[in-house]
Design a protein around this ligand. Sequence first.
Ligand SMILES: Cc1cc2nc3c(=O)[nH]c(=O)nc-3n(C[C@H](O)[C@H](O)[C@H](O)COP(=O)(O)O)c2cc1C
Length: 119
Amino acid sequence: MIAYASRTGNVRYVVSKLQGDAIEIEEGLQLDKPYLLITYTDGLGDIPMKVAHFLEENSALCKGVVVSGNSNFGNHVFGGAGDKIASRYQIPLVRKLDLRGYGGDYEAIQQFYEERVIG
Ligand SMILES: Cc1cc2nc3c(=O)[nH]c(=O)nc-3n(C[C@H](O)[C@H](O)[C@H](O)COP(=O)(O)O)c2cc1C
C-alpha cells in the first residue's frame, strides 16, 4: 500500500508513476497493512498537518518515507518533512525528490516498495 498527501499535484504525479495500491491521506484514515508514505513539505521544512495527524495513528505500519520538496527553499529545509518523519519514527528516508523527481527516482522507490513494503 502507498499512502500519500499531495496539495498541488507533484506527489500525485509521482504516485502515478509507481505500481501499487495507493490511497490519499484524509483526516481519520486508518490503515491495517504495511505502507510506503509519500508526502510533500510544508511551511519551512514542516510535515503537513494532515500527515502529522495520520502518523499519530498509523506510524507503526509505515515502512519508509519518500518526500517531495523544492530545493529553492535551501538545503536546510529542502524536503524537511521527510527528515523529520524519518527521525521522529525511525523510518528509512527512501528518497528526497525535487518537485516531481526524475526517472531514476521512480525505479528506486518501486524497488524499495517491492522489497521492503510488500516483500
Ligand atoms: C506554503 C509552501 C511551503 C513550502 N515549504 C517547503 C519547504 O520548507 N521545503 C521544501 O523543500 N519545499 C517546500 N514547499 C514545496 C513543496 O513541498 C513542493 O512543491 C512539493 O513538490 C509539493 O508537492 P504537491 O504538489 O504534491 O503538493 C512548500 C510549498 C508551499 C506551497
